[in-house]
Write a protein that binds this ligand. Structure first.
Ligand SMILES: Nc1nc2c(c(=O)[nH]1)N[C@H]1C(S)=C(S)[C@@H](COP(=O)(O)O)O[C@H]1N2
Ligand SMILES: [Mo]
Length: 301
């Protein structure tokens, strides 16, 4: 057994002061703990491909490098999916495009589902699992996802998923598989603790769907010189953040959207009171006032 139990580093929103979150201020999750460090851990690309290949971290570093600054957000505790958590960061990742890695094997006819497997394994939520597995719609991630080898400019440390991890900007963190060992192309979804049982929620027709696209969300981080600061994000740009102090609206300055990074906002709060921020995105979705994982954030100042 090479894992050491659930690893979590939780960071309160007041530490999220800079646009790009320092690595030490970014939460860390590992359901089965950390696997043994293995800087040369390869990734097997297999399934509906022209020829299965084994790709090393050096092979991935030799491919064209892409950079993405994106919100990294944990959906929350999969055993309590409605719970309100604020595990979020905004990080700069570099790596190869998923498409370029899959092209080394050749994407086969009929491939519609990407299965990404991680090296960690063990017990979670009373169930035992031989690995960590997520599946993603191939179309949605081919040109969006990275097989990342750095975060904030440094080689991915083991706790961050190194040597190689998947990063799916705009999707919840659960999809960004750490300690990548295998990318399988398939024509159907896999049954697995982490695909069909955990990290699912009711979809539009009431059937459960995997958590993928981010919800509209905002966090308040700090008050300095009578001004409250926060970050807002969604799977699409945030178009408006409404801030109230003891129920009275105040003027808000919201940074414009840049890619998939979070957007800063600030508002003068005067003498203070209970500050509430509520974001709306370009799809017209607004944060619920209560009872949801992305309910509005309240801060007493
Ligand atoms: N292999 C593996 N990948 C994983 C996980 C895991 O437990 N094992 N946790 C997922 C979850 S739920 C989140 S929120 C992110 C956390 O990434 P971080 O630790 O870099 O913040 O990794 C995801 N990828
Ligand atoms: Mo998560």
């Amino acid at each position: 057994m090479d894992t050491v139990g659930t690893v979590r580093r939780l960071v309160p929103p007041e530490r999220l002061t800079s646009r790009v979150t320092a690595l030490e201020d970014a939460f860390v999750i590992g359901h089965f703990g950390l696997p043994a460090p293995r800087p040369d851990r390869p990734v097997v690309v297999t399934g509906l491909v022209d020829r299965a290949v084994t790709v090393t971290p050096d092979d991935v570093r030799a491919l064209p490098t892409h950079r993405v600054e994106s919100v990294h957000e944990c959906f929350g505790n999969p055993l309590a999916p409605g719970e309100w958590v604020r595990r979020a960061a905004n990080l700069v990742w570099t790596g190869a495009r998923l498409r370029d890695v899959l092209d080394l094997a050749g994407i086969g006819d009929g491939a519609s589902s990407l299965w990404a497997r991680g090296a960690d394994h063990g017990e979670f939520g009373g169930a035992s699992s031989p690995d960590y597995l997520k599946d993603l719609p191939l179309d949605a991630v081919l040109d969006r996802a990275l097989v990342a080898h750095t975060c904030n400019g440094v080689r991915l440390p083991t706790e961050r998923g190194g040597p190689l991890r998947l990063v799916v900007p705009g999707f919840f963190g659960t999809n960004s598989v750490k300690w990548l060992t295998e990318l399988t192309l398939a024509d159907h979804r896999p049954e697995h603790l982490f695909t069909t049982r955990l990290y699912v929620r009711p979809g539009p027709d009431g059937r459960s769907v995997p958590v993928r696209e981010l919800d509209v969300t905002s966090v308040l981080t700090r008050v300095a010189d009578g001004v409250v600061h926060g970050w807002a994000w969604s799977s699409v740009p945030v178009t408006r953040v409404a801030v109230t102090v003891d129920g009275a609206p105040v003027a808000v300055e919201l940074d414009r959207a840049r890619g998939r990074a979070w957007q800063g906002f600030r508002a003068r709060v005067g003498a203070g009171g209970t500050v509430v921020a509520r974001a709306t995105d370009a799809l017209g979705r607004t944060q619920p006032t209560s009872g949801a994982r992305n309910a509005v954030h309240r801060l007493r100042v």
